[in-house]
Design a protein around this ligand. Sequence first.
Ligand code: CU1
Length: 128
Amino acid sequence: MAQRRGSAGQAISLGLAILSLMLLHSQLAESAVYTVGDKNGWTFNTAAWPNAKGSRFRAGDVLVFKYNRMLHNVVAVNAAGYNGCAAKGGKIYKTGNDRIALARGPNYFICSIPGHCEGGMKLLVNAA
Ligand code: CU1
């Protein structure tokens, strides 16, 4: 009796595991994950990186910002924040390994450490 219940429980667990793997796989198939700046990571002179990727970004794709969190951060800002290097009101990320899903249209990011955005540590990614 106990054994029968156990095997039914195992079958259900296995079924759930397979189902969640299938869901995970379909999500991966739909959205791509990009490491900002590739090997260089999120740093100065990252502005040209989106063009090097061929502008294939789609809403829901994930950008991974990798950087030394003692030196930098990532702030998701609007166009004015991007153009003026102003982080106020933006959402700040500072783990050093931040995953941010793209919204449709322009997505703006800057580093808010003084002088960094002005020095080119800013990123504009357009997602279709
Ligand atoms: Cu920075």
